[in-house]
Ligand binder design. Structure first.
Ligand SMILES: [Ca+2]
Ligand SMILES: [Ca+2]
Length: 316
C-alpha cells in the first residue's frame, strides 16, 4: 500500500535539469532529455572505475591460468577471474531452474499485474534466463520482482552490497515514467523507518537514483544524462555502501557518475529526513521491474545475477 513512490504527478522529473536546492517544484516541463547517451561518458578514469580486469593483453608470454601478479590481495576470493561469481554469496545463471516457472529458492517472486518466470526465448548464458512482462492497460503501477530476502546474501558483515546482472530491456517507457530495476532495502538504524536505495530510470529512459522510505516521507532523486540501454544485453552493477550512505551504478563496466549518490541527491518530494539518504542495514535485494506512472506493457530479460560483499565484475 505504501509502495507507490515518485508522486504520481511525475514532478520529480524537474530534477533532470539539475535544479539545485528546490525540491520538486511543479512545472512539468517537457523533458528535453537524452538522445545523447554516448557523448557523456568519456572520462578516462578507467583504472578505478572498471572491474578488476585481468586481461591486460600485454602480449605476455604466459597466457594461461591466473596471472599471479594479478592476485588481488584485497580480495578474499583470490584467483577468481573477473565476472566469475562461483565464489560469490549469490551466483545464478538460471540454467537449472524449471522453465516457465518462478526461479527456484533462494529467490522470492512478487508480482502485481506482471509476470516473472524462467524462459528460453533468449539468454545471455546458456539457454535460460528470466523473462518479465507487465500487463498493458495503461496502469500506473506494475511490479515484477525477484528478491533475495536474507540468506544467502544477508546479513552482510560490513553492510556493503555489490551486485551485477545482465539485463535486456526491449524498450523503456516514453515520457516521465519512473521505474525501478534494482532495490536494496532494510531498516535504518536508530530510525523508525525502512530505507530503499533504488536504481532505475525516468524521463525517456534516463537513468535515475531514487531514495524512498517506508514510514517517512522522502522520495528523493538524482537524474542522469545517460539513458538506459535498450534492445540489447547490458551489464548492470550496483554498489550500496551502508557505512557511507553511498550508492553507485555501473553500465557495462563504466561508472555512471551522475547517479552516484553520497548522502544527498538532487532533491526530494518529502523532507522527513532533511533530504539525507540514510542507508539501511540491507536485508533484501529486489531485481526486476516496478513503475509508478501510467504506461503500456513492458518486456525484458535478466540473466547471470550475482551478489557479494566485493565487486564481482561482468560475465565474460
Ligand atoms: Ca537458480
Ligand atoms: Ca542463463
Amino acid at each position: 500500500m505504501v509502495l507507490v513512490g515518485c508522486g504520481d504527478t511525475g514532478d520529480d522529473d524537474d530534477g533532470a535539469s539539475g535544479s539545485s536546492g528546490e525540491g520538486g517544484t511543479g512545472t512539468a516541463t517537457s523533458p528535453t532529455t537524452t538522445a545523447s547517451t554516448s557523448a557523456t561518458q568519456t572520462d578516462g578514469t578507467a583504472s578505478d572505475t572498471s572491474p578488476p580486469t585481468t586481461t591486460q593483453t600485454t602480449t605476455s608470454s604466459e597466457s594461461t591460468g591466473v596471472d599471479p601478479t594479478e592476485a588481488d590481495t584485497s580480495s578474499s576470493d583470490g584467483g577468481v577471474q573477473p565476472g566469475d561469481c562461483s565464489q560469490a554469496l549469490l551466483c545464478d545463471d538460471f540454467e537449472d531452474d524449471p522453465n516457465g516457472q518462478a526461479p527456484a529458492a533462494p529467490w522470492v517472486v512478487s508480482t502485481n499485474q506482471a509476470t516473472l518466470a524462467v524462459d528460453t526465448t533468449m539468454a545471455y548464458s546458456g539457454t535460460q534466463s528470466i523473462r518479465i512482462t507487465t500487463d498493458d492497460g495503461d496502469g500506473t503501477y506494475r511490479r515484477a520482482y525477484m528478491s533475495i530476502e536474507g540468506a544467502p546474501v544477508f546479513p552482510l558483515p560490513d553492510n556493503v552490497v555489490w551486485g551485477r546482472m545482465m539485463y535486456h530491456l526491449v524498450e523503456w517507457p516514453a515520457g516521465p515514467v519512473h521505474w525501478t530495476n534494482i532495490q536494496g532495502e532494510g531498516d535504518v538504524p536508530e530510525m523508525d523507518f525502512r530505507g530503499l536505495y533504488r536504481y532505475g530510470g525516468m524521463n525517456d529512459g534516463a537513468l535515475l537514483a531514487n531514495y524512498e522510505t517506508q514510514g517517512a516521507a522522502t522520495d528523493c532523486w538524482r537524474n542522469s544524462q545517460t539513458a538506459m540501454p535498450q534492445g540489447q544485453w547490458t551489464c548492470l552493477e550496483w554498489h550500496f555502501d551502508g557505512n557511507t550512505d553511498t550508492m553507485e551504478l555501473y553500465v557495462d563496466g563504466e561508472i555512471v557518475d551522475d547517479v552516484t549518490v553520497v548522502e544527498m541527491g538532487d532533491g526530494c518530494i518529502g523532507h522527513d529526513t532533511n533530504d539525507f539518504w540514510y542507508a539501511p542495514i540491507f536485508d533484501t535485494m529486489r531485481l526486476g521491474w516496478e513503475h509508478y506512472q501510467a504506461t503500456s506493457a513492458r518486456e525484458m530479460w535478466i540473466d547471470d545475477v550475482a551478489m557479494d560483499d566485493e565487486r564481482i565484475g561482468c560475465p565474460g
